[in-house]
Design a protein around this ligand. Structure first.
Ligand code: PLP
Length: 492
């Protein structure tokens, strides 16, 4: 399987090279040359456990990886989760919730980031690369901790995480800044996530800087969802959820299912689009945004325009205006034409906007439905949902649920829908407790205890333990200081 850059300015890579590089030399994202068809394999996947399903899906892309080793790596990664890595719960007729937060850091990012260290190491071996790898990661809150947990104390790797100083929830910050391990570093950056992500992308395409580090035996890679190694493991849970529904006789094999995805960087939902391309019977992919609704506008009008106010919300992992992974969808929409994709991305970086034509908007609407949810509606959804189902939604999942309610009103709820639940509510205890009880508690640990009393859902150990862990990383930086900080850490 070959991988090409969406912008056409880099040589083709195999999966190993695509994963190790993270992002193509021309700033584009690696995409597979074709979508392997798994429609006839669904039956076979019914009897597999989660790790087997993941290895099976991944192996279709990672052709040069040893299958037995890949399977063992999946087993090991998903043994770090609660009993089931991605359980599906039935909440109501035609309404299901896919819980993706049972991993070490309580967010769906764990699904890919518990596995990425293996994918990267084996990728280096396959590609004959002997250098040390420095992972650079911009985070809107959850990727950072998941990547730190995945890579801490791994040999031959260092990891540096950048988060927007004012842009993450308190629990998310504490999760990151208390990380143990001697190969990790965490830096707060002035500005929002987009500033962070753009600054890190700039380092990735700084050829002189890359050359300098390479001469010192260090190469860069990325743990962001621009890395195909992040995307591929996420495809697996769409297949797994579908198989679980068939297995439980909730749906018939071949029946279409909608997936509702709380979206920020467009990585999670893009994995759903890939699953559909690979033959999974997906009805609509419902793209749910918070108040930062640049994607809603795009799917409605074809105009992607980031020249707008940036809002901080209670779903900070979706406070994003530049959704990196949309580039992979644009590439497909433009008939896999790298010149067109490149021109649009140039327009995005120069003017903050690009546009696709009307016919393509209509074409996209066959697969995607997009809408957004304001802050009050998000809190209301958490409250109402708890009353109705005694189920506690985190704010990101609540955004998805609220958008789905609107969709079901407009279109009916006659097709089964799976809501992707992306985080534990205990990562955002103050907002969730307030939504459920009407009372505000600013101390996140006190809020967590109160939420536990109110909901009878136990506080996860990982959260309780944070209270007594020393903060190790307090560094704050400006955007233009990142390169120097990276250099110092890389050469240390
Ligand atoms: C990252 C994240 C999202 C958004 O996922 P994308 O792949 O960036 O679209 C949603 N919810 C939570 C809790 C997240 O951590």
């Amino acid at each position: 399987m070959k991988f090409y850059s969406t912008r056409g300015g880099a040589s083709a890579a195999n999966a190993s090279e695509a994963i190790v590089k993270g992002i193509a030399e021309d700033g584009g994202l690696f995409v597979p040359e074709r979508y392997p068809d798994l429609s006839l394999s669904l039956e076979e996947m019914l009897d597999m456990d989660y790790a087997e399903r993941a290895a099976f899906v991944l192996s279709k892309f990672l052709e040069e990886y040893d299958y037995e080793e890949l399977l063992r790596a999946c087993e090991e990664a998903y043994s770090r989760f609660d009993e089931d890595a991605a359980p599906v719960l039935k909440l109501d007729e035609n309404l299901y919730i896919l819980e993706l937060f049972h991993g070490p850091t309580l967010a769906f990012k764990d699904i890919a980031l518990t596995l990425l260290p293996y994918l990267l190491r084996a990728g280096c071996d396959n590609a004959g690369i002997k250098d040390d790898v420095l992972i650079l990661t911009a985070t809107s809150g959850d990727t950072g901790k998941a990547a730190l947990e995945g890579f801490k104390n791994k040999k031959g790797v260092k990891i540096m995480v950048f988060y927007p100083d004012e842009g993450v929830a308190e629990m998310q910050r504490l999760q990151m800044t208390t990380t143990e391990g001697d190969n990790v570093s965490v830096v707060a950056v002035e500005g929002n996530f987009d500033d962070c992500q753009t600054a890190v992308k700039k380092i990735f395409t700084d050829e002189a800087f890359k050359k300098e580090l390479k001469e010192n035996g260090v190469i860069f890679s990325s743990a962001n969802s621009m890395n195909f190694g992040r995307l591929a493991p996420q495809i697996a849970y769409y297949f797994s959820a579908y198989c679980d529904l068939v297995g439980a006789e909730e749906i018939k094999m071949g029946q279409k299912v909608d997936f509702v995805v709380p979206t920020g960087n467009f990585g999670d939902i893009l994995a759903g689009y890939y699953a559909k391309k690979m033959g999974l019977p997906v009805g609509k992919l419902i793209c749910a945004s918070n108040k930062n609704n640049v994607l809603t506008d795009f799917f409605e009008t074809g105009v992607y325009d980031v020249n707008r106010e940036f809002f901080k919300t209670m779903s900070p992992s979706m406070d994003i205006l530049v959704s990196s992974n949309l580039e992979r969808l644009i590439f497909d929409v433009e008939n896999r034409d790298p010149e067109k994709t490149k021109a649009m991305m140039k327009s995005l970086s120069e003017k903050g906007r690009y546009e696709i034509d009307r016919a393509r908007v209509a074409h996209l609407s066959e697969t995607f439905y997009a809408n957004f949810c304001a802050e009050e509606a998000c809190a209301e959804t958490i409250g109402n949902f708890f009353e109705e189902y005694e189920y506690v939604l985190d704010p990101h999942t609540a955004v998805a649920m609220s958008v789905y309610d609107g969709y079901a009103c407009e279109n009916g709820a006659d097709r089964p829908a799976v809501i992707l639940s992306t985080a534990s509510p205990y990562k955002f205890p103050s907002d969730v407790y307030e939504a459920i009880s009407g009372k505000y508690e600013s101390d996140p640990f006190v809020a967590a205890e109160k939420l536990e009393k109110e909901s009878a859902v136990p506080v996860p150990e990982q959260i309780a333990a944070l209270k007594s862990k020393p903060v190790r990383f307090m560094k704050k930086a400006k955007k233009d200081e990142l390169k120097e900080i990276v250099r110092e850490f890389a050469l240390k």
